[in-house]
Write a protein that binds this ligand. Sequence first.
Ligand code: C2E
Ligand code: MG
Ligand code: MG
Length: 706
Amino acid sequence: MAVGVAALAVVRRKLGADHARESAAIALASGLLDANRDCLKVLDTDGKVLRVSEHGAALMEAESPEELDGADWLNFWTGEHQSAAAEAWTNALAGRSTSFTGSCATTKGSPKWWNSTLTPVVGDDGAVVALLCASEDVTRQSTLLETLREQNELMHEMESHVRLVFYSSSPSFEHFYHVSSGVERVFGISPELLHSAPTAWLDLVLADDLEPLLAEMRRIVEGSAEGSFKYRIRRPDGCLRWIKSTAYPVRDDSGSVVRFVGISEDVTVEHERLTALNRLAYTDALTGLANRGALIRQMKALCKQEVAFGLMFIDLDRFKVLNDTLGHTAADRMLKDIAKVIQETFPADACVARLGGDEFAVIVSGVSDRATLGTLAKSLLEVLYSGARKDTAGAFVTASIGISLYPDHGRNHEALLTSADIAMYAAKKGGRNGFRFADKAVSDVLGDFELERGLPTALAAGQFVLHFQGIHEPVSLAVKSLEALVRWNHPTRGMVGPGSFIPILEESGFIVDVGAWVLDAALAQLAKWRAAGQKRLCMSVNVSARQLRDDAIVTVIDNGLRKYQLPPRCLEVELTESALMENPTLAQETLMSLKRLGVRIAIDDFGTGYSSLRYLADFSPDTVKIDRCFTARLGRDQANASIVRGIIEMAHELGIKVTAEGVETMEQLHILRDASCDYVQGFLLTEPMNADSLAGSQYQVAMPQR
Ligand code: C2E
Ligand code: MG
Ligand code: MG
């Protein structure tokens, strides 16, 4: 306390008042000293502490003010803080009150920040006699400021190193409170520009994306909701980038939105990766066409927009046979080739997809009339057929096409796919290499069901009949043989052709029984004609793949020949290429048994499958029957004529006879004659007819008595 009194004495002297004033002043000064919240110290001109206020001592963590008496004030400070303190000290000694901020430790060693003001106390002679030091403890504020500064630095470092834009904007996006420096890299514009022209970034957005972006922003503002938007910008340097922006509303206590904060980032790389993945997910790997998923996606979109479109379901005919005989690599090459042909045939905006295997589908958008779709289907069939696939040993491709129309045949993709599929199936049943519209197909399929119901009893009810068609020698036109062609004399439908029921018979297995009946009836008829004088007349009978599966057919034929006492050479069994290819080993075994019997073998519809003659020669047929679609093009198409000539020559080299089917014109007949075709068959010469009509026809006379 002694030093404290001494200090007060200095003050008292400075006041230089009378006693009463003096004691009042002392009391006041003392009171002020202790009332003050700062750390108040009186220092002598050597810098020694004369007196420190009670509160000041507490701030310095001293036990009592006395603990600090005589302490060297300048020694409180260290380093840069000491320099600041020394400068202030010098100023104050020179009579100028000076403030500085610095850190010095308490008596306990804990660092504290102080805002100190040194005020000189001047004596009567004008000289500085003491100094008053008021230090405000600003440790809390300083720590706070330091933390803020660090955070700011961190934020700044983050903002300037990541490829993101952090922003905060007014609740209506009218101006930005803050835009991080990342905007330079992401958008290519400066934060300053956005502060002066807050819509400058919208000028970069591509026209197509602007309206949806603004709509989303409006939704966010009006709904005070969070949201995100993806859009493209053209940066000032010309780069096109994908940007994703998010916005989150920040609310005050009352719940109203005070600002939006969010992030904008460049997602171009991610977008490109997604697009590539998407492309993979919606692409057929083999052909590069769209896949089923992509087709369905597009159909869904069109159904939603309610725009008319046509769907074509394309299935290659007998592709399995091709796959088995050519091998997968060649078949794959062929599928790729066909994919290209389909794409080239349809308008550029059509969606061409491969659904798997040999199934393709095409969406022709904006088309609602059948004529256009029919023309497109027809030209595809033409192109497929005319383009003998060079890479696959000249194999010919035909396809069956089913067509459905939105909205006529369905209002969703499932209904449309199903009806196109049914139509395709109907096109197959109708003989392949053709197209059907869904409505027609449905009635066909319904008709199929009706036929199917009647089939099991048809045989017992004696409803099957045989018609016969002549197979002629091309120059004399003499009938060498007759082909037995089955018909179903249906109780309500009248005469039904084999195309409508043979497939059903094959599927159900009834073909075995019906086939046995055909053989018996044909041989019976042949025996009659031979007995009536046509001694060398032969008979051709068609046999299905299903009938080749076991050797029951061998027994049936053997029994028939014996029953009617016919020489085996007068029977020729006609098998289609595909029937042989369905199970080549099994077919070959049965064929061998038939050959041992002495029965002749013909390959029917030659050229419509994919097998080469060389391959078929393994079955050592006696005859090949060139399919009528080749005959039909004779005289119209040079390439086709040379193919036919080639087949005939090669067959002859292998010792095989050739019959041309479907001869309808004299021109075709002449070409075939010139090409040394062995036999001809067709409407030009005989139409299939029943035995009685045939007996009465001109060929009764022409039949040679060889
Ligand atoms: P396929 O063996 O190729 O018989 C020839 C078909 O062509 C017959 O049709 C015949 O009427 C037709 N045709 C003959 N000449 C001409 C012509 O100049 N122009 C045209 N456009 N067509 C002509 P059909 O009778 O409708 O027989 C179709 C197919 O049904 C036959 O084709 C054959 O594969 C099958 N088929 C017929 N009868 C039987 C049978 O009893 N059993 C088995 N499994 N299949 C049979
Ligand atoms: Mg035939
Ligand atoms: Mg044929």
